[in-house]
Design a binder for this molecule. Structure first.
Ligand code: NAD
Ligand code: ZN
Length: 353
């Protein structure tokens, strides 16, 4: 679990106070990995507490994080400084948060990032790392994974060293998120709840967080009785609780299939989950019904015909990646999931998307 968290509108201004005790010396900088959507945003950038050799690296989230990108960032940081950084601070959505976690791990662990994709393969503690989300939904701020696309898989580095040492939740940072992205990433959270609450891995810990997150998502996306500020506050907490829920259970069918889409077509996580989830009445009838209602309220048009031009080889890769997500299928359908989910069944489902 994340041991330290600050929440509040405007709490971004506490960053200096938070980082100061963690600065080892004037040669060990803080590296700020920031979504380049903020590159020309002086209101945010001028509030970053830079001193000594601290560095900002702007990163595009047009493509989701890759293991080679993590390796390149680690080499760049190692070459630029004689000492290990005092810390890595990720500022952005799930993409930047995951990059920050992975870079912090790889600065202290030998080899390349793809060698650690899987469960509990990391052996040494990460460099101190801080997560500051600027869009709500993924739960990446609280989870024990960093999802990376590697040479053969889109798979997380899941470990006890992955979670942030500190998270700063300032809902004001999410004010500029475009509406469609707000919906896609927010629905990622909603889908986390549905998949956790309807999974075989469910337990009282996950359920209590999942139910709270579900309730908050409904307030934000369905009831719509909140003003904008309150809506941002609540979605940020929904994301946190949704992440806590899956941390101790698992996601399910939508995520397993969305990973395949993302691997072959580069479809972004939130959008891919929405596209898949829209077709999952068979598995999550109530959850899909409410999803469709929320989609209508917010006039969201999902992409269609995504798989129309795929070759047999593409489908095979998509199905291999998806079926490789064993814990997700097991959570969704139990130990005998392969009696329900066959390559033919998955192909038929993908062909509808
Ligand atoms: P993202 O980080 O890819 O960002 C989506 C878009 O929103 C980008 O264009 C970004 O520039 C923009 N954006 C972000 N904040 C903004 C702001 N305040 N104002 C304007 N634009 C802003 O999106 P995401 O949905 O948060 O993250 C998706 C990534 O998270 C995927 O790579 C996925 O694999 C990962 N993920 C990780 C976990 C985990 O537990 N580690 C869980 C779910 C998803
Ligand atoms: Zn997700």
């Amino acid at each position: 679990m994340v041991p330290r968290v600050v929440f509040g509108r405007g709490s971004f201004d506490q960053l200096n106070e938070i980082l100061l005790p963690k600065r080892r010396n004037d040669k060990a900088p803080f590296i700020f990995l920031i979504d380049d959507v903020f590159e020309n945003n002086p209101e945010i950038i001028s509030r970053i507490p830079l001193i000594f050799d601290d560095q900002i690296i702007f990163i595009s989230s047009d493509t989701e994080p890759k293991t080679v990108q993590v390796d390149a960032l680690v080499s760049r940081i190692n070459e630029a400084f004689d000492e290990k950084p005092s810390g890595i601070i990720g500022i952005g959505g799930g993409t930047l948060l995951d990059l920050a976690k992975a870079v912090a791990i790889m600065l202290n662990n030998k080899g390349t990032a793809d060698q650690y994709q899987g469960w509990d393969l990391v052996k040494k503690d990460a460099v101190y790392h801080v997560g500051i989300p600027t869009i709500s939904g993924t739960g990446a701020e609280v989870s024990r994974t960093t999802v990376l696309t590697g040479p053969v898989m889109k798979l997380g580095i899941n470990s006890d060293y992955t979670p942030f040492d500190q998270v700063l939740l300032d809902p004001e940072l999410t004010a500029g998120v475009p509406k469609h992205q707000w919906f896609y990433t927010g629905m990622d959270c909603y889908i986390h709840c549905i998949e956790s609450l309807n999974g075989t891995y469910l337990n009282a810990f996950s359920q209590s967080y999942g139910e709270k997150s579900y309730e908050l998502c409904k307030e934000v996306f369905y009831d719509q009785s909140l003003d904008e500020e309150m809506s941002r506050d609540k979605l940020m907490m929904a994301s946190w609780h949704g992440g806590m829920s899956i941390a101790y259970s698992q996601v399910g069918v939508a995520h397993a299939m969305s990973y395949g889409l993302s691997y072959v077509l580069g479809t972004h996580h939130g959008e891919g989950n929405c596209i898949v989830f829209d077709h999952l009445e068979e598995f999550y009838p109530d959850g899909v019904k409410l999803f469709k209602a929320m989609k209508d309220i917010h006039e969201i048009e999902l992409a269609k015909g995504l798989c129309a031009a795929l070759t047999d080889a593409d489908f095979d890769t998509m199905i291999r990646v998806s079926m490789g997500m064993v814990p997700l299928w097991e959570n969704a359908l139990g130990k005998d999931w392969q009696q329900v989910i066959t390559p033919e069944k998955l192909r038929g489902m993908y062909e509808k998307m």
